[in-house]
Design a protein around this ligand. Sequence first.
Ligand SMILES: CC(C)(COP(=O)(O)OP(=O)(O)OC[C@H]1O[C@@H](n2cnc3c(N)ncnc32)[C@H](O)[C@@H]1OP(=O)(O)O)[C@@H](O)C(=O)NCCC(=O)NCCS
Length: 189
Amino acid sequence: MPALAPSSRFESERLAGEGFVLRTWRRSDLESLLHHADDAQVVRGLSSRFPHPYTRRDGERFLAGEVVDLDDPVFAIEIDGQACGGIAARPGDDGRGQSAELGYWLGRSLWGRGLMTRVVALYAPWVMQRLALFRLQATVLDFNAASARVLLKNGFIEEGVARCALVKEGEPHDLRVFARTRRSLCDAP
Ligand SMILES: CC(C)(COP(=O)(O)OP(=O)(O)OC[C@H]1O[C@@H](n2cnc3c(N)ncnc32)[C@H](O)[C@@H]1OP(=O)(O)O)[C@@H](O)C(=O)NCCC(=O)NCCS
């Protein structure tokens, strides 16, 4: 693995919340990333870009910027000094980039404490302001009630269902579409 992490225009950002800090990923996060990400229950709710088993090579590739563009606001969720999950927004490739796709995950040992609700509450308005977004969208697998709840508690509106949109273990699943929007960049995100 190369010694230097790819540079990110968000490297100097540090968003401090109640019980966590959001900041860019570091090469030194590898062990903690593997510890939390190599879990079938975590991967269950995510797209196939997040594999299971989650190998050392998968972690190294992610931290090298070979899986997602680390120049996007792709943040580790740091809790007690350890990277225990992640949150990211990927701007659309419509040439305008004023809409982005939100994704997040947290190590299983930390679920059910209100953490992701607080992480999204901090990150969503920040990223909408920082990237001048009109729309922040998240799609949630039909069985992922906890994730839907996190979004609804953070002002995302459920817009509909993309039927049979994602195949998981050979079975097609519906994706529930949620978004938080604003009509003007002067409006609060
Ligand atoms: C989804 C996930 C991020 C939630 O994180 P979390 O920190 O446990 O979430 P919170 O504790 O902030 O809130 C969870 C909410 O869902 C509710 N919930 C949990 N399990 C539920 C279930 N099976 N059915 C309905 N609601 C459920 C909780 O009660 C809570 O709502 P409340 O505060 O109104 O009681 C976490 O489970 C995770 O990382 N899962 C794997 C990856 C994933 O699915 N990512 C999202 C992809 S869209």
